[in-house]
Design a protein around this ligand. Sequence first.
Ligand SMILES: Cc1cc2nc3c(=O)[nH]c(=O)nc-3n(C[C@H](O)[C@H](O)[C@H](O)COP(=O)(O)O)c2cc1C
Length: 332
Amino acid sequence: MNVFGQNFSVQILGESHGECVGILIDGCPAGLHIEPDEFMPDLIRRQGAQQKGTTPRKEPDTPIIKSGVFDQHTSGAPILILFENTNTRSKDYSDLKNRPRPGHADLVAKLKYGSFNDYRGGGHFSGRLTAGLVAAGVIAKKLLAPASFNAKVVSVGGQGNIEQAIDQALNEGDSVGGIVECLIDNISSTLGEPFFDSVESLIAHAAFAIPAVKAVEFGLGTKAAEMRGSLFNDDILDTDGKTASNNSGGINGGITNGNQILVRVSVKPTSSIKKTKRTVDLESGEQVDLSVKGRHDACIALRVPPVLEAVCAIVMADLSLRAQKLARVIKT
Ligand SMILES: Cc1cc2nc3c(=O)[nH]c(=O)nc-3n(C[C@H](O)[C@H](O)[C@H](O)COP(=O)(O)O)c2cc1C
């Protein structure tokens, strides 16, 4: 089932070229003041056509709040938020119906759903589905204030010079991957339910739901394996658990330790590229060349920061409600 979370849960719906995409949020406390305009800053950060290296497909992304909000306050009922798809060019995908893109979900979706899947624009596997996640993240962030979530792209193609790496890829009709880092500040300590619902387990679970994410790490992450304990272990400074360094990324034993949480994800290069790759024609069974046309992000990582912030906030809202650190009715 396409559902994530226990006390603050989300269900994603829609297809890239269908009528709409959206999200169903359940468990949100009643009484949270929220208006449609408050969703826009994060939704705009996620949009394409904002910077070089992102798709020219731009949608208004106006959130249509169908239920769960009454008189500008959450009512305690499930919240359904939809986004209409208005800027689709499905003919770009007719060539791909029987020629799956290497690296994309085209072939696995066709095999799993017996060719009933909507393949247009990647269907349910499109990055467009992350609009709903960002909307849920806006609500979760508001619930968790004054906690803050700040993600940014830290490198592209292994280089700090992001613009140069993107220019090189674009000039060669290619795509490029990147690293996105999210810092979470002012979050309560003692959140997390070991073993299986440790903070790392839940954030990794949610972050891997973001299409194209291929690795997730916390604090120093994989570098920890190259270190000695005397260098890695964070000296404790006070009884609240403040530490001198933050190599653990704000989490010990799967529980928040009161320091800044640091999550880093690796986003793969886009599958849809002009540069020729080999695939199989599903009608003839022959291997053929494939150069993907249409509108695509050359660097997906550029669009991931608000999505990563959103999934982190969703997890933290869920864990805060489980720990009863958030009220069921917000008194404003
Ligand atoms: C914000 C965002 C935008 C994306 N844009 C594209 C795109 O333009 N073209 C493409 O082929 N994949 C794009 N993707 C990635 C695909 O959705 C993803 O590669 C595909 O669903 C297969 O999943 P996987 O890469 O996790 O295996 C995007 C992903 C995100 C999060």
